[in-house]
Design a protein around this ligand. Structure first.
Ligand SMILES: CC(C)(COP(=O)(O)OP(=O)(O)OC[C@H]1O[C@@H](n2cnc3c(N)ncnc32)[C@H](O)[C@@H]1OP(=O)(O)O)[C@@H](O)C(=O)NCCC(=O)NCCS
Length: 176
């Protein structure tokens, strides 16, 4: 990643710029809708944001990542969980390690907060490099279960729970 790019916590003043980055990033994908920008606002309004980071180049926001609170039960006990979604890098800035840096910074922040487990729904070629595993996520019942559903223990030395349930924040159920 080039030196002039900085990563910092998002503030309320960044909302419009974050919307723009998300819309631009997802416009070129197969997802077919622009719901992710609204999702970020709903999660924030619900108080379910755990980590929201922006990447800036020369004062312009070119990337964003959000981790939201999840309701996770593992081996019969509640576990502090965070869902990674969405992550967005402006089309002209993709492939330069910015998404990588945002995700790694977000995971570090979750560890600082004592969050135990993280889930993501995404490309199986991208997220395993951060530690996410589809085999691990398959142990959890979820409406999103499937080959793109991945999970990781944030303490890489922690034992993997044998099974449980993982529910995303309520805003995900209200996506259009
Ligand atoms: C996915 C995204 C956040 C990655 O950010 P980035 O800064 O471009 O990625 P990085 O430079 O850190 O990493 C590049 C790697 O990601 C891979 N990658 C990028 N977009 C990808 C995609 N849509 N599917 C699979 N892999 C992807 C590249 O192939 C590259 O892999 P390599 O390191 O093995 O060569 C960004 O491309 C993006 O905003 N895409 C559109 C929105 C999106 O799809 N978000 C994720 C939804 S699951």
């Amino acid at each position: 990643m080039s030196d002039e790019i900085g990563i910092r916590a998002a503030t309320a003043a960044d909302a419009e710029a974050i919307d723009s980055v998300i819309r631009a990033a997802f416009a070129g994908t197969d997802y077919g809708h622009q719901g992710e920008a609204g999702l970020v606002r709903m999660i924030e309004a619900d108080g379910d944001t755990l980590v929201s980071l922006v990447a800036e180049r020369d004062g312009v926001i070119i990337g964003h990542v959000l981790f939201s609170r999840m309701d996770v039960e593992a081996d019969g006990a509640a576990l502090s969980g965070a869902g990674l979604a969405p992550v967005s890098v402006a089309p002209g800035s993709q492939g330069q390690g910015i998404g990588d840096a945002l995700i790694r910074a977000g995971l570090a922040s979750l560890r600082d907060q004592g969050v135990a487990i993280s889930f993501v729904l995404g490309h199986e070629s991208y997220y395993p490099r951060f530690g996410y595993s589809p085999d691990f996520a398959a142990r959890f019942a979820s409406p999103f279960a499937g080959p793109h559903f991945m999970a990781m223990m944030l303490d890489s030395g922690a034992a993997w729970p044998l099974g449980g349930r993982a529910d995303y924040a309520p805003a995900f159920g209200r996506m259009g």
